[in-house]
Design a protein. Structure first.
Length: 251
């Protein structure tokens, strides 16, 4: 109960700070929105064998996963700023649980991600995206799990490297292969064999494929099960490892 209360307090503070600089949330949504408006129409005439009316149901799930990667991996810069100004240190000398400090921030990132995904999905409907209510809720759950897995990893990088000069190139180095080798823009079935084999080493490939199964109208199958399984495993491992790192930095 104490952990829940402390997590809620950290979450509230983080959300207040987010809305104080809400322009940053909007700016981070603009890039995927450009991908939707400027790139999606090209796919309708370029994906061989795909029904033009269902192309957005292939493309948008990957776009939402891309948003999860960028939003959550770049969350580390806010922690670097708080570390630099001594905010994190002041929190660490209070009785608040170190895990609550991590979980509250991570839940804020998950909330922001879901808000951004809503801002992307609604215009996509106007472009021809077909939505299935149950599957939309399942997708929200999958995105929540992705945030719980990716954001703590981002905070771990912030605690390890501590400076924006190192974090910037480091995060870009991670996001590029994760994005390109997960079939976010185009399903990996359209890729050459060597690239398809490389993509199998990326767990996000399975998550993207599961998300596409949801947006194809399937409520549950092996692809969706694997996507949720990997997302749950990633969240548990990431929270546990970064939670221990938060505790060690306070010692």
């Amino acid at each position: 109960m104490k952990l829940l209360t402390e997590t809620w307090l950290v979450y509230q503070r983080s959300m207040i700070r987010t809305f104080q600089s809400f322009r940053g949330v909007v700016v981070m949504t603009v890039q995927p929105l450009f991908f939707l408006i400027l790139f999606a129409p090209l796919l309708k005439s370029s994906l061989r064998g795909a029904d033009p009316d269902t192309v957005l149901n292939l493309y948008v799930p990957g776009l939402l996963v891309q948003l999860a990667i960028f939003t959550c991996l770049y969350a580390c810069f806010s922690l670097v700023a708080e570390t630099h100004f001594g905010v994190l240190e002041r929190f660490q000398v209070t009785p608040v649980s170190r895990f609550a400090l991590l979980l509250g921030r991570t839940l804020r990132d998950a909330t922001v991600l879901l808000m951004q995904c809503t801002m992307i999905t609604l215009p996509a409907v106007a472009f021809g995206l077909h939505l299935y209510p149950v599957q939309v809720l399942q997708m929200a759950g999958l995105l929540l799990l992705l945030a719980l897995g990716i954001a703590p990893l981002s905070y771990a990088l912030a605690l390890i490297f501590k400076t924006n000069e190192v974090l910037g190139p480091g995060v870009s180095l991670i996001t590029m292969p994760l994005t390109l080798l997960s079939g976010i823009f185009v399903p990996m079935t359209y890729a050459p064999d060597w690239l398809r084999w490389l993509s199998l080493a990326n767990p996000l490939t399975t998550v993207v494929e599961g998300a596409r199964e949801l947006y194809a109208g399937h409520a549950w199958n092996s692809g969706i099960a694997w996507a949720f399984g990997l997302a749950i495993a990633g969240a548990v491992v990431s929270l546990a490892c970064t939670g221990r790192l938060f505790a060690r930095t306070a010692e």
